[in-house]
Each structure stands twice: as structure tokens, then as C-alpha cells.
Design a protein around this ligand. Structure first.
Ligand SMILES: [Zn+2]
Length: 83
């Protein structure tokens, strides 16, 4: 079963759990996780690796400049990190 990384959406305020990011095992047949299981804040799936959380504002800027809405369509509420 794959494990995915999630965190609260950059423009949203989440709880301590999702602000720091969390891992969740998901079956491929499961619907996409779109909200924090603890505080119900909207979350995004982080498809590529670690080291997120160092610069939230940088992520925001990158997301905007990279066409956030286009990326967001990849998978309901998720986007691919580009680096
Ligand atoms: Zn939360």
C-alpha cells in the first residue's frame, strides 16, 4: 500500500498535525484525501520527496508562478512539487 505525504494547503491554516505534514497510507482505490483527518483543513498531496516546510512562502511563489491551477488538476486537490 503506498504511503503519501500530505500537508495543509499553503494558504490555509491547519492544526499542528497537518501544518507539519503527515504521511497516510492509501489504497489506490481510495478516494483522494482532501482534508486533514484531525482538523478538516484542506490538504494537498505531496508527490515528490522531503524537505518541504522549510520555506512556505517559497512554495507559494513557486506554485503561483508555475500555474497552480493547472497543476492542481492532476489529482483532485493535489499538485506535483516541481523540484
Ligand atoms: Zn489538521
Amino acid at each position: 500500500m503506498p504511503v503519501y505525504d500530505y500537508r495543509v494547503q499553503p494558504d490555509q491554516t491547519g492544526c499542528e498535525f497537518c501544518t507539519n505534514g503527515f504521511e497516510m497510507m492509501r489504497r489506490l482505490s481510495d478516494p483522494p484525501l482532501t482534508h486533514c483527518p484531525k482538523c478538516q483543513a484542506p490538504v494537498i498531496k505531496i508527490i515528490t520527496a522531503p524537505a518541504l516546510g522549510r520555506s512556505k512562502s517559497m512554495l507559494d511563489d513557486r506554485a503561483k508562478s508555475a500555474g497552480f491551477h493547472k497543476l492542481k488538476r492532476v489529482d483532485h486537490g493535489a499538485f506535483e512539487k516541481l523540484y
